[in-house]
Design a protein around this ligand. Structure first.
Ligand SMILES: Cc1ncc(COP(=O)(O)O)c(C=O)c1O
Length: 386
């Protein structure tokens, strides 16, 4: 298969645009010693702060997967016996509870019975009312395996009324959905490079509020690699990285952020919203059922739908990729085999990408015996973009 014949339409890792690929080829130096690298790194931090609406908090880009950022957040905030409310209405939502347990904390799960809509704010309020000694609440903004979008502002409002810290996994929303870190009063936000930002996997972004720092200084986590105090004490105070950075990944992230700001934040968020609407319209044209029960619970960055009866999703994905060159994704955990997903993250959130994604899906479903009307799929997408 030629490069131009293939389309990566999975919800991360995503397609890397040519400008970002070129940045990966930039001349390298020694990032620990080259003062111009620190300038680029700080520029990237400033752009990320602008992207998430964080004016006064700290923000670091750390080498390692987004999982590293999630674990670092818990490791630095949760002590043995600390209670944490875990909003568990998705694969990653539930997964936060495992991190809490592995650092000796006690997870209190909320929303684990209903994965197809945003967490019930009354339930969250009741649980926080009953457990006044909770140190933090964890929330996954977009739970990628189900494409669920949680009501970040609603959750933040309830959490702020009770006082614990709010830790938000924004790995698959950062860059495609507004976060408003300061406005929502978020305390820790974790992002990743390989989703909407269209950079290869290998970087995690972590933003930390003043209130979160007070807790981190009290907990005094003793490990090294996940220790957030090192980033503050070494990088902020002395301009030294705690360990060697991947300069090319930072150059790639810089270029991705340049592209976002050239287009304009409002326009970028709007483009993702339209991609979601076009996706839902395309699903409707094929009589496919989205996984979230309503469009307001569906992320602008990924669409998930239920595998139709009598269709083997692995076989379907094999056809879309090997026969038509379009890679789409299945799902994980309790959704494995039951849900399929199409990513519209960053450059994927375009009319052309969606036309390719959904016409190929319709064709592959036809190949497996389902009576899909490809013309109606095209019309549904074109209608959305009118
Ligand atoms: C919501 C969410 N959080 C965290 C992660 C973990 O990211 P990574 O695989 O980069 O460690 C993912 C990856 O799919 C994700 O979708």
């Amino acid at each position: 298969m030629f490069f131009t014949d293939r389309f990566i339409l999975t919800p991360g890792p995503t397609e890397i645009p040519s400008r970002v690929r070129r940045a990966l080829l930039r001349e390298t130096s020694n990032p620990d010693l080259d003062p111009s690298f620190l300038e680029v790194y700080n520029r990237v931090r400033d752009m990320l702060k602008k992207l998430i609406g964080a004016r006064t908090s700290s923000l670091y880009v750390i080498p390692g997967e987004a999982i590293l950022g999630l674990e670092a957040a818990i490791a630095n905030i949760v002590k043995p016996s600390s209670k944490v409310v875990v909003i568990a209405n998705g694969v990653y939502g539930e997964g936060f509870g495992d991190f809490v347990k592995s650092y000796g904390g006690i997870p209190i799960y909320v929303g684990n019975g209903e994965w197809r809509k945003s967490v019930d704010l009354y339930e969250l309020d009741r649980v926080l009312e009953k457990n006044r000694d909770v140190v933090a609440v964890t929330l996954v903004h977009c739970d990628t395996p189900s494409a669920l979008l949680n009501d970040l502002s609603g959750v933040a409002k309830v959490v702020k009324e009770h006082g614990p810290l709010l830790i938000v996994d924004a790995v698959s929303s950062i860059g495609g959905v507004p976060i408003d870190f300061d406005g929502n009063g978020i305390d820790v936000m974790i992002g990743g490079s390989q989703k909407v930002l269209n950079v290869p996997a290998g970087l995690t972004v972590i933003a930390i509020s003043k209130a979160a720092w007070d807790k981190i200084d009290e907990v005094k986590y003793h490990g090294y690699y996940l220790n957030l105090r090192l980033w503050r004490d070494m990088l902020d105070d002395q301009g030294i990285f705690p360990y060697t950075m991947s300069d090319v990944l930072i150059y790639a992230l810089e270029e991705s952020l340049n592209m976002i700001f050239e287009e304009g934040l409002e326009a970028v968020f709007k483009r993702h919203e339209i991609a979601k609407k076009a996706s839902w319209n395309a699903l409707e044209a094929m009589n496919l059922e989205p996984y979230p029960i309503a469009i307001e619970y569906s992320s602008p960055t990924v669409t998930a739908f239920i595998v139709p009866n009598n269709i083997n999703e692995e076989k379907l994905r094999d056809i879309t990729w090997r026969k038509y060159g379009v890679m789409i994704a299945g799902s994980w955990g309790r959704l494995k085999g039951k849900v399929l997903r199409i990513g519209h993250m960053g450059v994927q959130a375009s009319r052309t990408h969606l036309l390719i994604a959904y016409t190929v899906l319709a064709k592959a479903l036809r190949d497996l015996g389902l009576n899909t009307n490809i013309g109606r799929v095209v019309e549904a997408i074109e209608e959305t973009y009118k």
